[in-house]
Design a protein around this ligand. Structure first.
Ligand code: ADP
Ligand code: MG
Length: 253
């Protein structure tokens, strides 16, 4: 079976700053793949490369068997046009630390928006699906609320529903609970756990080691633009092999 995400020697620089220094990893379909590492190690940059928000400088990066940003014909690569990139990005849902909901729209309208605008789904169908998704994230009774009338955790769950509305084959989570008050973290993690149980392929950048241990299928520790250590979350978390991993874990566990 194809990997859902495959990175081979991926490099990314911003000007003279070499941020990703040869990332190799593979995410299998239906896998919950956790990515941990110190601030500045390149985790967000890597997610942004997967989601076409940044272009890699060297190596190969593919999603569901197709190169990110390029079309291959024979042994030649052609850069995708903006319209082609937009089509690919539909298949990838992303949830950020900050919820980025449209402030002037209700929770329901936030979830309905992209399917209607991007996919041309009818209003009635979009509404029906959005209500189901809000129910799935435990917010059926908040459909009419505006973001300012929701807690951070509720806003983040709306953001997850909004990403799911595009029926992505891959979900990227970039520290989805880092901006939340501690008592609101659990509800968001529960929604993510439910998604995992439903078989969604997920890459999760997180400092929630309990989630990584209980829900994760694979865990990578990244530092300074390289993968230092990877394996099953239980193994890496309880028996880290590298000093850098040990030192990081001693600070977050
Ligand atoms: P992490 O998510 O692991 O904290 P990031 O991927 O956000 O790390 O950042 C890694 C490094 O790349 C940081 O030093 C950051 O300043 C730098 N960086 C990220 N985006 C840009 C950019 N657009 N231009 C210049 N430097 C950037
Ligand atoms: Mg980051």
């Amino acid at each position: 079976m194809n990997a859902m995400v495959k990175a081979e020697g991926v490099h990314k620089s911003f000007g003279a700053a070499h941020i990703l220094k040869g990332i190799d990893l593979e995410v299998a379909p239906r896998e919950v793949f956790c990515l941990i590492g110190p601030s500045g190690s390149g985790k967000s940059t890597f997610l942004r490369c997967i989601n076409h928000l940044e272009k890699i400088n060297a190596g190969r990066l593919s999603v569901d068997g197709e190169l990110v940003g390029y079309r291959q014909k024979g042994d030649k690569l052609y850069e995708l046009k903006d319209s082609e990139v937009a089509l690919k990005r539909r298949d990838i849902g992303m949830v950020f630390q900050r919820f980025n909901l449209f402030p002037h729209m209700t929770a329901l309208a936030n979830v309905m928006e992209a399917p209607m605008q991007v996919k041309g789904v009818s209003k009635s169908v979009a509404r029906e699906r959005a209500l189901k998704l809000l129910d799935r994230v435990g917010l059926a009774d908040k459909a009419g609320n505006y973001p300012s009338q929701l807690s951070g955790g509720q806003q983040q769950r709306v953001a997850i529903a909004r990403a799911l509305a595009m029926e992505p084959k891959l979900m990227l989570f970039d520290e989805p609970t880092s901006a939340l008050d501690p008592e609101l973290v659990g509800d968001v993690l529960d929604v993510m756990r439910g998604l995992a149980e439903d078989g969604m392929t997920m890459i999760v950048v997180t400092h929630e080691m309990g989630f990584a241990r209980e829900v994760g299928d694979a865990l990578v520790f990244m530092d300074n633009g390289v993968v230092v250590e990877s394996g099953h979350p239980r193994d890496v978390l309880t028996n880290p092999q590298h000093d850098r991993t040990k030192s990081f874990l001693s600070k977050v566990l």
